[in-house]
Design a protein around this ligand. Structure first.
Ligand code: BG6
Ligand code: MG
Length: 214
């Protein structure tokens, strides 16, 4: 039994940019600019943890828990509005071919996403049927870099963690995979994702990775 577990935002679908734009809009309303450099820290991180990072980046202090809840809800509304019109053209390059290849090679396939919109987005992209198991932000309490999201995926698939390969674009996600005893393919900047077993610059290059020798 072997499996590949995919992160969603920035790996399967090009939605990471909409998370960024939604946080940027919220930050502007709070009176500061949120830039792409600070955004790197938000990748893979849960909604509430992301909010705390955004507030800290803007030097915003003394926000009550109730206000935080309102701000996180507002960001999510912006995000849902932004992704409302997206279609299959937002699936990242080579993902469908890679799904087809690994399925033919006998890998089980899971989603391991921090996003509460994970399942909805996969369904919207007509990709859900490729996935044997979908674990999204509704099913986990402990955010990445805690490995819970991936370990849960492995458990539901019935595959031992050491036989799982995670595909991730976030530093927190790579760390989660490795601390869960899994192999990890990083997608993006090799310096940021240094803990991964191998890093490809983009999803179009996933087909070149030899999964058996990771
Ligand atoms: C992750 C994204 O996949 O999901 C983060 O990389 C995002 O940017 C997180 O904050 C939570 O998503 P959501 O949709 O539950 O707010
Ligand atoms: Mg991601």
């Amino acid at each position: 039994m072997k499996a590949v577990i995919f992160d969603l935002d920035g790996v399967v679908v090009d939605t990471a940019k909409y998370h960024f734009l939604a946080w940027k809009k919220l930050a502007a309303e709070l009176g500061f600019e949120f830039d792409i450099v600070h955004n790197e820290k938000l990748k893979g991180v849960s909604r509430m943890d992301s909010l705390n990072i955004v507030l800290e980046a803007g030097g915003t202090k003394g926000v009550s828990e109730n206000e935080k809840l309102e701000l996180a809800t507002r960001k999510n509304e912006y995000y849902l509005e932004m992704i409302g019109g997206i279609d299959e053209s937002e699936i990242l390059p080579g993902i469908q071919e890679f799904l087809k290849k690994i399925k033919e090679e006998g890998y089980l396939i899971a989603l391991g996403s921090a996003s509460k919109s994970g399942r909805m987005i996969l369904e919207k992209m007509n990709l859900a049927e490729w996935f044997d198991v979908i674990v999204d932000g509704n099913l986990v309490e402990l955010p990445k870099p805690n490995p819970q999201v991936f370990v849960k995926g492995a458990e539901l698939l019935g595959v031992p963690c050491e036989n799982c390969i995670v595909v991730e674009d976030a530093k927190a996600g790579v760390e989660a995979a490795i601390s869960g005893g899994m192999k990890c393919i990083g997608v993006g900047d090799a310096e940021i994702l240094e803990a991964a077993n191998v890093v490809v610059p983009g999803t179009a290059r996933l087909m070149e990775v030899n999964l058996e020798t990771l």
